[in-house]
Design a protein around this ligand. Structure first.
Ligand SMILES: Cc1cc2nc3c(=O)[nH]c(=O)nc-3n(C[C@H](O)[C@H](O)[C@H](O)COP(=O)(O)O)c2cc1C
Length: 188
């Protein structure tokens, strides 16, 4: 192994490599709203995995989640990049985000708007929230996962991300490289 020569660069970077998701919520008038949120992680809850979703400021998406306690979390594949970029550069308070074409269905377990273009959708219900600074972090029970019918897996660790083709976000948009193997493939 080589020894990397590093330098201290301050604490302002969030170099956290994450797939991008678009959050779907219900507006007060019953219409749907979508916005990308990439501060997403997972933890253990009383009934299995919980999704951890963090939202900054006072955006409509956050207001809708605070009011309704539910959301859809739609994985963004490369073919959805234009849609995500549009949703993320427009605020609901400036008007309906309807300048691009997309279609919406309702969730199967929860009454939340779901993007038809997404290959992997979590339907989530908020269990707990934590405030830090101007951010609110929602701990969500996963009530349902909708996966592309072409997706197959032997078990919950057998997720071949190359089939989902996610957009990876870390300040810039990236795509995924090769699938390298499974846990244990590289140890003795
Ligand atoms: C790629 C991308 C990722 C984003 N991730 C987050 C995030 O993790 N948390 C957050 O609060 N806002 C995030 N945003 C900002 C919101 O998407 C943006 O403020 C949006 O306009 C809010 O829309 P709304 O008014 O419909 O809620 C992100 C934006 C982009 C483009």
């Amino acid at each position: 192994m080589i020894k990397v020569k590093r330098r201290s660069v301050g604490t302002g970077y969030s170099m956290v490599v994450q797939p991008a998701f678009i959050i779907g919520t219900n507006n007060e008038d019953g219409s749907s709203n979508f916005a990308p949120i990439t501060w997403i992680s997972v933890t253990e809850g009383p009934d299995g995995y919980m999704l951890v979703v963090s939202m900054f400021g006072t955006k409509r998406t956050k207001q809708n989640v605070l009011r309704t306690g539910k959301m859809s979390v739609n994985l963004v594949s490369r073919d959805m990049l234009g849609l995500m970029d549009y949703f993320g550069t427009h605020r609901a308070e400036d008007g309906k985000k309807d300048a691009v074409e997309y279609s919406v269905s309702r969730g199967e377990a929860l009454d939340v708007p779901v993007l038809d273009a997404s290959r992997w959708v979590y339907e989530c219900e908020v269990c707990e929230k934590v405030e830090t600074g101007k951010a609110t972090t929602f701990f969500c029970r996963i009530r349902n996962i909708q996966a592309d019918e072409r997706f197959t897996a032997a078990d919950s660790f057998d997720v071949d991300l190359t089939k989902l083709d996610p957009v990876i976000y870390s300040g810039r948009y990236h795509s995924l490289g090769k699938m390298l193997g499974k846990i244990g493939d590289f140890s003795e």
